[in-house]
Design a protein around this ligand. Structure first.
Ligand SMILES: [Zn+2]
Length: 281
């Protein structure tokens, strides 16, 4: 006889006159079963980061996220800016990276630490927090651009938005040769670079690109630049675009583009989502 059977038998012997035998049995069974999750397939809260966080001489790559709760919602409701919002979502939702327990650090420390991640990795974590909080399915109301038919589209977030697989993502630097033959050494864009760009309110795209280039170009022809901002601005437009494109291509980012077929006319419906569209119940 197992322990569970003994417990059941004991409960049956002390029947309360106000409670039926069946209820008592059901309670006992529930107690034995423990806290069985009501959702049959809990979301996968672990994200394998392609590069990770560099801490204590090694890369930490296994991140764990959790569902956002009411306290997080209150904290997020105070944020005015969409850019700060997602930075804060990450700080609330990421609980650990390998043995690094983030939940025990102050929020501002978590924000700074998580900004060291590549922007593509931050997108992967945002998606995992989204799934943990709202579930896999996301129903969108869309309108066909061809026949104007309104319709519902159900997305399965983990399946429909996969991270791009990129090679050598953990390399400390990459190289680009300019039109004039300069060998430009650069690193990939992190949350910290993105934060710096977003902090400059009212900056144009060209000005934002100069900030990114000045921060991410580490050396030119093997030498550290005395004036990175000046170099970024002197660099030809064609080189700037090509270099930025390489930086984008090397990010392990998620493509939030959606492609579907209209239920009425069969035409293609193609559009791109933003994180603000997804972070809504
Ligand atoms: Zn249509």
């Amino acid at each position: 006889m197992t322990t569970q059977e003994i417990n059941l038998a004991d409960l049956e012997n002390e029947l309360d006159p106000n409670v039926t035998r069946q209820q008592k049995l059901a309670e006992a069974k529930a107690a034995i079963a423990g806290t069985t999750p009501l959702i049959p397939d809990p979301p996968n809260c672990v994200v394998r980061l392609p590069r990770g966080l560099y801490q204590g001489g090694s890369w930490k790559t296994e991140a764990e996220v959790r569902e956002l709760n009411g306290a997080d919602e209150e904290s997020l409701s105070r944020v005015k800016d969409a850019s700060d919002f997602f930075d804060l979502v990450l700080a609330h939702g990421v609980v650990r990276v390998d043995d690094l327990n983030l939940a025990s650090s102050p929020l501002s420390e978590r924000q700074i630490l998580l900004r060291e991640l590549l922007i593509g990795e931050r997108s992967q974590l945002l998606m995992a927090i989204l799934v943990a909080t709202y579930g896999e399915e996301k129903v969108l109301n869309i309108t066909c651009g061809t026949c104007s038919e309104d319709q519902e589209l159900t997305l399965y977030l983990s399946k429909d938005f996969k991270a791009k697989e990129v090679e050598d993502v953990a390399e400390p630097s990459f190289f680009y040769t300019t039109k004039s033959g300069d060998s430009v050494e650069y690193r990939l864009v992190t949350g910290s670079d993105q934060n710096e760009v977003l902090r400059r309110k009212g900056a144009t795209t060209a000005e934002q690109n100069s900030v990114i280039l000045s921060r991410c170009i580490t050396k030119v022809n093997g030498a550290i630049l005395p004036d990175p901002q000046g170099y970024a601005r002197r660099l030809g437009m064609k080189d700037r675009m090509a270099l930025l494109q390489q930086m984008v291509d090397r990010q392990p980012d998620l493509d939030l583009g959606v492609q579907t077929t209209c239920v009425a006319c069969g035409g293609d419906i193609v559009f791109s989502l933003g994180w603000s569209d997804l972070f809504r119940p």
